[in-house]
Design a protein around this ligand. Structure first.
Ligand code: SF4
Length: 201
């Protein structure tokens, strides 16, 4: 079995997609959905459980949040470290996970099965205090707003600018989700929707 620097030898992954066995890194057991992941997590011992929210629609996202919270309440799995990998722009998920006492969060895009498993080891190698869920949540601007356009798609806007500003990956990564929102001109002088009526009047 593969020895990882951080000691996470035995890892359970929950990802709503089919990777094919050839993509599985050594020491990783993969489950395609929350119910099977919960069964696996309570049947055996793991060093880390990674729950990926990539490619999940709103219903699956809710189920995965509930999975994380249930794992932390379950007597068998409550002491197992959990890492949630959440796509950019989903502040609400980050908040619910942090409030559920989940250990770590990484905000990261993993759009394909290949990408998910090729980056799997690298993502869990360097987990540290910056990845603690409460610290990640503290870095995320409260004005980030995800607007769904389809079952899995959507775009991210700035609630401090009447949701008219679409936030690109670069700005999210560099400012909005990086704990730098205090320097942002929209954060410092928000113009939420209610203000529009005042201006018009
Ligand atoms: S643009 Fe500024 S106010 Fe808007 S979400 Fe990003 S950091 Fe927050």
């Amino acid at each position: 079995m593969q020895e990882r620097k951080n000691g996470y030898k035995k890892v359970l992954g929950c990802y709503p997609g089919n990777p094919g066995n050839r993509l599985l890194p050594a020491g990783v057991r993969w489950m395609p959905g929350p119910i099977r992941c919960l069964d696996a997590a309570t049947e055996s011992d793991y060093d880390l459980i990674l729950v990926s929210f990539s490619n999940a629609d709103a219903r699956m996202q809710n189920a995965l949040v509930e999975l994380c919270r249930t794992l932390k309440r379950n007597l068998h799995s409550k002491d197992t470290k959990i890492l949630a990998v959440v796509p950019s722009g989903h502040r609400d998920i980050v908040q619910r996970i942090a409030e559920g006492g989940i250990d770590y969060i990484r905000i990261s895009e993993m759009k394909s099965n290949n990408g998910f498993f090729s980056q799997f080891s690298e993502r869990i190698e360097a987990l540290g205090p910056d990845d603690r869920s409460e610290n990640v949540f503290a870095r995320v601007c409260p004005y980030i707003t995800f607007r769904a356009t389809g079952r899995k798609q959507g775009f991210v806007t700035c609630g401090a600018y009447r949701n008219r500003l679409v936030l690109g990956r670069g700005r999210l990564k560099e400012i909005c989700e990086a704990g730098r929102f205090g320097v942002c001109e929209y954060f410092k002088d928000p113009k939420p929707l209610e203000k529009r009526r005042e201006i018009a009047g």
